[in-house]
Design a protein around this ligand. Sequence first.
Ligand code: B12
Ligand code: SF4
Length: 452
Amino acid sequence: MKIKLIAPREQREDTLSSPFKLQRVNLPLLAALTPPGHTVAIVDEAFAPDDMSQEVDLVGITVMTDVVPRAYDIAYAYRRKGVKVVMGGIHPTVLSGEALEHADSVVLGEAEDSWPRLLSDAALGRMQRLYQAGKMTDIMGLPKPRRDLFPGTIGKGHIPVPVGVETSRGCPNDCEFCSISRTLGSQYRVRPAREVIAEIEAIDSPYIFFVDDALALNRKEAKKLFTEMIPLRRLWLGQGTVSLAEDPELLRLMRRSGCLGLLIGFESVQKATQNEVRKIKNLRIDFYEAMRRFHDEGFGILGAFVLGFDHENRDVFDQTLEFIMKSSIDCAELRILTPYPGTRLYDRLLSDGRLFEQNWWLRGYPPDTLLYQPRGMTADELLNGFARLNRQAYSIGAITRRFFGMTPWKRTLLGCQVYAGINLATRKRYFKGLQNPQPYAGASNPKGRCRP
Ligand code: B12
Ligand code: SF4
């Protein structure tokens, strides 16, 4: 069969023009799991548009909630041509019934076991509607992702694009707003260091992005991996929890193995909320000390903050700004809490009648749309406080002041360029986002307003 694997772009953003790209790992991995005898092509709409005139027998689409409208449009267009469409990834896994209205088949959860089965059924003309792995994937012995099929590793300005690599899967923390435990599982599974190293050795980009949600949760294994990575002389980025900073030896090995920067989920600066978020609940280090340690190792930190938790009050905006400025966070990701389907948060807000719209993802709202009735403040207070925080944290004065609390890597010419480029691009994106309509601004009585 001729198979095409597609990653849809976000509905409203011009992702093709975005300078920040990542070579995703899931589609190259699916290609590697495809038994011989089929041909596979990969399309990532963040890199290049799809050419629908190509001949194809089966289309596989990877679907995150943010790309649902686009994914369903693609599926519709191919099915109209008589091509069978399979969906997989986090959204179809948690909402298979909805996905099956748009696809011929859905793969639930991990695909290592189901994908080869599905293909052999499809080749015989008896593809099932649903495929589910019999058990959790043993991630020892995963095949090397077919990165040769990926459409380009050179990004805008000819900067090599970071290449996604997995070192682990799953997360035991089960934070209320996260869907990982229901999809990739709550058991933290680590890939053997030698397999990760072999995979990295075969990658031609100098930049790696570790796609693990919770990098180095198993510190012993992580230290082994980072030690073995030192001679490879690669540069890498990753995402993890603040708790990484609890272990100075780990941080040192991360630096020596080429860590340039980390996306760190601080989530909230308010204690009452921190007690609700499992990953930061039992931290043995405070946020300021963590930032000092990250910066001492030279890491650039993209700190992620979520606004709108139930226990938060109006002071959260000033307090978040204070932390961002005093700790000189290199870049801050500011987000309004999003109730993704498949999370405990979504279920709770739905049963409390606080969701403004039950199937909000079908409408293609842009990021940071307020989708529920907040508790610690009114909807207007949340939206106005969020807008003010964005403007203050990304004013030219604030960007400049954070720059002077800089870490050594920023003092190089390249470092200055990266810092300025990322902050100015984020400023532009956030300020533009603040113009987006907020369909439920001012809503105070959600009961009865929740649209099914
Ligand atoms: C790396 C990552 C990113 C990267 C790159 C994303 C990318 N394009 O690859 C960056 C940092 C850019 C990113 C951004 C965002 N992300 Co993100 N990200 C991840 C992360 C940590 C890893 C993804 C990954 O590569 N996993 C490893 C692969 C192998 O797993 P997988 O994709 O699930 O694929 C397996 C199966 O699902 C299945 N499968 C997947 N697709 C398909 C398709 C077919 C046809 C088949 C058969 C099977 C199949 O097969 C694979 C092998 O078993 C996940 C969490 C996670 N651990 O998965 C969050 C995650 C996907 N992200 C999430 C979110 C919310 C976002 C953002 C919206 C955050 C934000 N507020 O801006 C943005 C959206 C960006 C976008 N629209 O693409 C949520 C998605 C929730 C949801 N319901 O959609 C997740 C689950 C995190 C979470 N904790 O909840 N993200
Ligand atoms: S620590 Fe991160 S990946 Fe794990 S459950 Fe919490 S938010 Fe999800």
